[in-house]
Design a protein around this ligand. Structure first.
Ligand code: ARG
Length: 267
């Protein structure tokens, strides 16, 4: 029983899965969305540490020859992320020190289009190296990547579930969705930041980011995920903004300015 109630993943099945690490220790999941950008949860970022990302390997500890570890250059945390009472806008982007080459073991995951809406009840998958049971100590979490099915529950319905169980309103805030599984499969501590993905005509799309839950795998309590589609514009804006400050982009921009001047002075 892994993730909670999951099974070990096959190699190359989830090639966008990333481990966010501090000093070679796994702290959170993440996903590769572009050569140089990794998506994770805001609550995984808790200070000025030297983060690295590891990918291309189902084993979180040992370095297979297919594995790549890259330092993180910069992190953008959503400016309205908060975690008082409930967790909201739990999304962050990490810019890598250098771009990674794609391979059979390393591939980016697609992001949903703006108009995309995952249907409720859809069977999707969550993956990670998090705890296999709520009571498991974090340091004995699995080395081998785990996967589990999650059925999508939309925000409003999910709020009704939490309301009934905990008598608290609006725990699932705008920009979040839920996943649940009748057989108690769930994400857990250490899976946060990792992807919830669904398959559409042979294409995998990331619809969620592991965010929070009440314990793990408790029957009747869904897991809560940041809704990637909801943040699509935010994501695109951050990546564009950072690329416009990128030295390579600036250099190209500089050349464009220099060239016309050059043509002026040449005979
Ligand atoms: N917050 C957890 C983490 O930091 C993830 C918890 C997800 N819980 C759940 N029951 N789905 O790793």
């Amino acid at each position: 029983m892994r993730i909670v109630g999951g099974v070990p993943a096959a190699e190359k099945k989830w090639p966008w899965q990333v481990s966010l690490q501090i000093r070679d220790t796994h702290i959170c999941g993440a996903s590769l969305i572009h050569h140089q950008w990794v998506l994770t949860a805001a609550h995984c970022i808790f200070g000025h540490f030297e983060y690295t990302v590891k990918m291309g390997d189902i084993n979180v500890r040992h370095g297979a020859h297919t594995a790549v570890t890259v330092p993180v250059r910069d992190i953008v945390v959503h400016k309205y992320y908060y975690s008082i009472g409930t967790i909201s806008n739990d999304i962050a982007l990490a810019l890598l020190e250098f771009p990674v080459n794609y391979s059979s073991h390393i591939q980016p995951i697609c992001l949903p289009e703006k108009t995309f809406k995952v249907e409720s009840g859809k069977e999707c998958w969550v993956t990670g190296w998090g705890k296999r049971e709520e009571s498991e100590p974090s340091d004995s979490a699995p080395f081998h990547l785990q996967e589990a099915e999650q059925n999508i529950i939309h925000r409003q319905k999910c709020n009704e579930i939490f309301q009934r169980k905990l008598s608290r309103n609006d725990m699932v805030t705008e920009g979040a969705l839920c996943g649940s599984n009748e057989r108690g499969k769930d994400s857990c501590q250490g899976d946060s930041g990792g992807p919830l993905v669904c398959e559409y005509n042979n294409t995998w799309i990331q619809v969620g980011i592991v965010s929070w839950g009440i314990g793990c795998g408790r029957r009747g309590f869904p897991g809560v995920y940041a809704d990637v589609g909801y943040f699509r514009d935010w994501l695109v804006a951050q990546v564009n903004q950072a690329s416009s400050l990128d030295p390579v982009a600036l250099l190209t921009f500089g050349l464009l300015l220099v060239l016309p001047l050059g043509t002026l002075v040449t005979p």
